[in-house]
Structure formats: C-alpha cells, structure tokens
Design a binder for this molecule. Structure first.
Ligand SMILES: Nc1nc2c(ncn2[C@@H]2O[C@H](COP(=O)(O)OP(=O)(O)OP(=O)(O)O)[C@@H](O)[C@H]2O)c(=O)[nH]1
Length: 397
C-alpha cells in the first residue's frame, strides 16, 4: 500500500494547504458573515486529501481511486469558485457545474476502469476543474471592476489559475513525463503540487488581507455608529464635528439639539418595538434633511444632534421646522389620531472652541422648548413670550 516507504517531504504540499485551510477556517469563525472564507477553507481541505494521496500512490492505486480523487478535486474547484462568486457577489451556476462535473467523472471512470490511461485522465480532469473555475468569470466582468489592488490581484490571479488548470496537462510532454510508474516523483507532479501550493498561498494572503481589512472597517463602523439607527453616536459626532468647526470654509455653522416628546409615554403605551421604529424613522428623516458636510447623531435615548454647515440661523430654523413637520405628518408607526412630536434648540457655532459650550446652550434652548409646551423649535437670541415655566413633569400631566 502507498503508506509504506513514506517520504515525509512528499506530504509538504498537502500539509501546507491544510494549514492554510486552518487559518481560513479560524478567520471565518471570528466573522461568520465572510462566507467566502468558509468556501475557500473547504476547497483547500478537499484538495489536500487527494494531493497527499497521489504523492504516494502507485499507478494501480491511482487507477483504483481515480473516481474518489476526481470527486474531491472537482468539489474543491467548485468550492473555490463559490468563494470567488461570494466575494464578487455574482451568481454561481450549480447546474452547469454539476453537468461539467458528471461529464468529467464519466470520462475519468472510462480512463481508469475501462481503458486505463493516466494522461487522458489528467487532461479531462484538469479541463473539467478549469471550466468549473471559469464559470463565474463572465458575470464577474459584467460587474464594476474592483478599484483597490488587492481585489484586482485576486480577480486576475483567479482567472490565471483557472486558465492554468486547463492548460496544465499540455505541459506534460515538455516535462518528459514518460514513465507513468514514477508519477508521484515526476517533474509534472512536482510542478502541479507546487503550483497548487503557490496559488493557495497567494489566494490565502489576498483573501485574508481583504477579510481582515473588512473586519476592521466593520469594527470601526460599529464603534462610530448607533446600532439601532445607524447614524453617528455621540463620540464619533464630537470627533467629526471638531474637524468641521475648525474649517473656516464651512461657516456659518448651526448646532441643533432635538428630543422626541413624551417618548416614555410612547414606549409605555405602544411598546418598546414601536419606540424603536420611531427612533429609526426620526433618524432617516434627519438624514434626508441634511447636506454634504452636515452631521447627524443620536446622543442616546431619544436625543438627536445635528451640525449644519454653511447655513444661517433662520435657514437652520426652517430645516428644523421642516423636520418637525415631516415627523408630525408620519402615519406609518403610531395609530390614527396620535402623532410623533419633537422639540429643537438651535445655536450658532461661533468658532473652533465653541463646540462644547454650544452643545450645552442648544440643550438649554431645547429644555426651554420642552417647557414651552413641546413640538416646537427655539433658536438662540429669540424671545419666546409664551414660554411655560412649569416644571417638565407637571407639563407632561
Ligand atoms: N424604544 C426605545 N426607547 C428608548 C431607547 N432609549 C431610551 N428610550 C426610552 O426613552 C424614554 C425617555 O423618557 P424621558 O427621558 O422621560 O423623556 P420623554 O418621555 O420623551 O419626555 P420629554 O423629553 O420630557 O418629552 C425612556 O422611557 C427610555 O426608556 C431606545 O433605544 N428604544
């Protein structure tokens, strides 16, 4: 049996590929959304088995196990192509791939059981695997091409590998592979095994850099955004706002503090789910009403803050009124006869060091608007004679 006379060196290609499969599998466990890692890991695990086996098998064993080896190689090609389709978000073609697979396996059976011919087997099998790999290429090219060099390298190396799989058997005569008894020690087999390891290493390096970069982007995104509404959170708002207020070209700048009215009542009456829906609705209304360079954030609870650039106070007031009107008019969340209301306090930002105190001033104006009956906009410097100075709790009742 092939297990006798084990030359450990011959196991290096399959063990290296198994190691790469392990790295990909571990990365996938960290972020299960990146399914292309799982497909690639499976592809490597499947190819490592016949690769190790063929490194030791005699020509009789190669004949006997041609079908299972072929199934593993073709499945590995299919998983590799699935990894690529998942990555590029293009459709996979399982029916066509199955057809190619069945046809290729039939040829393999013929050239292993009926008329054993290793050369014909290699050609048909490599051709079948290459075709399966090439299936998603057309749709991948119809899509917008990747702009960064890592994704571009991945695309072109995948195409190169697919074409290489098809033409590899053509290399046989050039490597003088004549004595089929020496298959596992032939230069052809060495080139095949080393090329598989080379491409596996290349794909792993590229895919892992892409996966890690995307994971970091995702973490940064989660750190900077509110998970319910997807708008900026307080910390990232303050960072971004600091940059805006230092830029003279963005002045005049206005700061708006908004707070939903009687939100506790909404939660208590219609449930927390309804409250969450309202928070999402308000966030999308706020986002719809801002321009490039403006910021919108959820500061926590039912409290929102906007930084509007290149705008005077009265225009900022109009924006707030428009938002208030849109929120009031929404009929999608609360039952007929009830409406969502919001109050605003607005102040101008006078300079780079004013941000922190402007936030406090806007909050005070917002508090005044609440005391004055809610569902209203109060702006800095304006006198509101109808202000209701009753405590907030009393006003609620
Ligand atoms: N549904 C939901 N409710 C939240 C969330 N965060 C905070 N809240 C609720 O928001 C309510 C805020 O209540 P209050 O601070 O009393 O404010 P209010 O009832 O809007 O009263 P006024 O601001 O004075 O009009 C509390 O009941 C919180 O539980 C959230 O993410 N989802």
């Amino acid at each position: 049996m092939f297990i006798k006379n084990v030359n450990i060196f011959l196991l290096v290609p399959s063990l290296s590929i198994l190691l790469l499969a392990g790295i990909l599998g571990a990365l996938w466990i960290i972020n299960k959304d990146q399914r292309f890692l799982l497909w690639l890991c499976s592809s490597y695990a499947l190819v490592a088995i016949p690769l190790g086996f063929q490194s030791y098998a005699t020509i009789e064993e190669l004949n006997r196990y041609a079908l299972p080896s072929g199934v593993l190689y073709l499945s590995s090609a299919w998983f590799l192509s699935m990894s690529f389709t998942e990555r590029r978000q293009v459709p996979s073609q399982p029916q066509l791939a199955s057809l190619i697979g069945v046809f290729t396996l039939s040829v393999l059976v013929y050239y292993s059981s009926i008329e054993p011919n290793i050369w014909a087997r290699l050609q048909s099998f490599s051709f079948g695997a290459g075709l399966i790999l090439l299936l998603p290429i057309k749709s991948a090219f119809k899509k917008e091409q990747p702009k960064d060099w890592i994704n571009q390298t991945l695309l072109y190396s995948y195409i190169f590998f697919s074409i290489f799989s098809i033409i590899r058997p053509v290399l046989i005569p050039f490597f003088g592979f004549k004595n089929i008894g020496d298959f596992s020690k032939s230069i052809y087999w060495l080139v095949t095994a080393m090329s598989i390891v080379f491409f596996a290493l290349l794909f792993t390096t590229l895919i892992c850099s892409i996966a890690i970069r995307e994971m970091l982007d995702q973490l940064r995104n989660e750190r900077d955004h509110d998970s319910l509404t997807k708008i900026l959170n307080r910390r990232s708002f303050q960072e971004a706002a600091q940059r805006r207020v230092k830029d003279k070209r963005l002045y005049p700048i206005a700061l708006l503090a908004g707070d939903l009215d009687h939100f506790k009542y909404v939660n208590d009456t219609w449930g927390h789910g309804c409250g969450d829906q309202i928070l999402q609705l308000v966030s999308s209304t706020l986002q719809r009403n801002i321009r490039a360079n403006d910021l919108v954030a959820r500061f926590g609870g039912e409290e929102f803050v906007l930084l509007l650039t290149r705008i005077d106070l009265s225009s900022a007031e109009q924006v707030a009124e428009r938002i208030r009107f849109e929120i009031n008019s929404d009929k999608s969340v609360l039952p007929e006869g009830s409406k969502i209301t919001i109050s605003f306090g607005i102040v101008p930002i006078t300079g780079p060091s004013h941000l922190e105190s402007a936030l406090k001033e806007a909050d005070e104006l917002l508090y005044n608007a609440k005391n004055a009956g809610r569902d209203r906009v109060h702006i800095a410097g304006k006198i509101y004679p109808d202000i209701d100075l009753r405590p907030m709790q009393e006003a609620k009742n």
